[in-house]
Design a binder for this molecule. Structure first.
Ligand code: NDP
Length: 334
C-alpha cells in the first residue's frame, strides 16, 4: 500500500456521518490499496458537551472495525487541525433550525460556521483538495466557505445535490418499471431545497427521452417534481428522523464520481460555482448537470434546453438562491 488520503469530515458525531464514516474507512471509495486518515471535527465541549463525547464513541467503533484501509483517526474540535493537509473535506456539520428561528437567522448562523471553515481550509488543506458541502443550506454554506477560502480554486468546491439526483433517478425508474441504471441524463437544477428542479425533460430511460416512456405529463409535473422536492420531509414524517443514510450515500456517490470518469453520453448532478452558465450570475453555487474527468474535475454540461415549465422552475430556484446570497451578503468578502 503506497497511497494515503486524508479526509476531513465535519459534524462527525451526527447521523449522516455515522453511516458515512465506516464506508469512507472501508476501502469502498478509495479502493483497497489506499490508506485513509480520517480527520473528524465536532463542536467544542464548551459549546455542546455531547458532540465531542459522541465523536469519541464513533472513533472507538471505527477502531473496532479494524479496517485494513484505515490508517489513523484524528478527533478534534479545531478546524485547523481537522483540515491540515486534507485531500477531501466533507462539510457535513451545520447548525439545525431552532424553534422559532427564521430562515435568515439560520443562514446567518451557518454563515459564521462556514466563514471560519473556508478560511481554515484555504490555510491548511492540501493543494488540490476537493470540498463537498452537505450541511444545509448547503449551496449558500458552500458560497460562504468559498468566498472566505478563495485561495482554493473554484472548481475544487461543490455542494451536494447528488441525493436529490439519486431520488429523481429512482422515482423515474420505479414509474417506468425499469432498473435504476436504465435512467440517465437526470439533472437537479438549482438549490438543494424544495425549489430544486428535477429535470425530466432532458432525462432518458433506456436511451429514449423519459417523456416518451412516461407519457403522463401531468404525473411528471404534478406528482414527480413535488415528490422529489419534498422527499426529505416525507421521510422525516415516516421515520421521525431525517434521511441520513441516503444523504451519506449521496455524498459518497459524489466523491466516487470525482474519482471516475462519467460514462459517455451521461451526466450527474452537483452544485458548483457558476461562471455564468445558463444565465446564472457568476459566483452563485448552483445545481447543474456535470461530467467528471475522473481526476477530480467536474465540468458543466452545456447546451441543454428547458421548456416553459422547466424554465419557470429554474427561475424559481435561481430566485431563492439569490435571496439566500443577499441574506448573507455582509459575510461575503469581495
Ligand atoms: P445530520 O447528520 O442528520 O445532518 C447533518 C447535515 O446534513 C445537516 O445540515 C442536514 O440538513 C444535512 N442533511 C441531513 N439529511 C440530509 C439529506 N437527506 N439530504 C441532504 N442533506 C441532509 O445532523 P445531526 O444533527 O445528527 O449532526 C450534525 C452534527 O454537526 C452535530 O453533531 C453537530 O454537533 C455538528 N456540527 C458540527 C460543526 C462543526 O464541525 N464545526 C458545526 C455545526 C454542527 P438538515 O438540517 O436540513 O436535515
Amino acid at each position: 500500500m503506497s497511497n494515503v488520503v486524508r479526509v476531513a469530515v465535519t459534524g462527525a458525531a451526527g447521523q449522516v456521518a455515522y453511516t458515512l464514516l465506516p464506508r469512507l474507512a472501508s476501502g469502498e471509495v478509495f479502493g483497497p490499496n489506499t490508506k485513509v486518515i480520517l480527520q473528524l471535527l465536532e463542536v467544542p465541549r464548551s459549546v455542546f458537551p455531547k458532540a465531542m463525547e459522541g465523536l469519541e464513541g464513533v472513533a472507538m467503533e471505527l477502531e473496532d472495525c479494524a479496517f485494513p484501509t484505515l490508517q489513523e483517526i484524528i478527533v478534534t474540535d479545531d478546524e485547523n487541525t481537522a483540515f491540515n493537509g486534507v485531500n477531501y473535506a466533507l462539510l457535513v456539520g451545520a447548525a439545525p433550525r431552532g424553534p422559532g428561528m427564521e430562515r435568515k437567522d439560520l443562514l446567518m448562523k451557518n454563515a459564521q460556521i462556514f466563514q471560519k471553515q473556508g478560511s481554515a481550509l484555504a490555510a491548511k488543506a492540501a493543494t488540490g483538495v476537493r470540498i463537498l458541502v452537505v450541511g444545509n443550506p448547503c449551496n449558500t454554506n458552500c458560497l460562504i466557505a468559498y468566498r472566505n477560502g478563495k485561495d482554493i480554486p473554484q472548481n475544487q468546491w461543490g455542494a451536494m445535490t447528488r441525493l436529490d439526483h439519486n431520488r429523481a433517478v429512482g422515482a423515474l425508474a420505479k414509474k417506468a418499471g425499469v432498473a435504476n441504471e436504465e435512467v440517465t441524463n437526470v439533472t437537479i437544477w438549482g438549490n438543494h431545497s424544495n425549489t430544486q428542479y428535477p429535470d425530466f425533460t432532458n432525462a432518458k430511460i433506456k436511451g429514449k427521452p423519459a417523456t416518451e416512456v412516461i407519457t403522463d405529463r401531468t404525473w411528471l409535473e404534478t406528482v414527480y417534481v413535488p415528490q422529489c422536492q419534498e422527499r426529505g420531509k416525507a421521510i422525516i414524517n415516516k421515520r421521525g428522523l431525517s434521511s441520513a443514510f441516503s444523504a451519506a450515500n449521496g455524498a459518497l456517490d459524489h466523491v466516487k464520481s470525482l474519482l471516475k470518469p462519467t460514462p459517455a453520453g451521461d451526466w450527474t448532478s452537483a452544485a458548483v460555482i457558476s461562471n455564468g452558465e445558463y444565465g446564472v450570475p457568476k459566483g452563485l453555487v448552483f445545481g447543474y448537470p456535470v461530467r467528471s474527468d475522473g481526476q477530480g474535475n467536474l465540468s458543466i454540461v452545456p447546451g441543454l434546453s428547458l421548456d416553459t415549465f422547466g424554465k419557470s422552475k429554474f427561475d424559481a430556484t435561481l430566485k431563492e438562491l439569490l435571496e439566500e446570497q443577499d441574506a448573507v451578503k455582509d459575510l461575503l468578502p469581495s
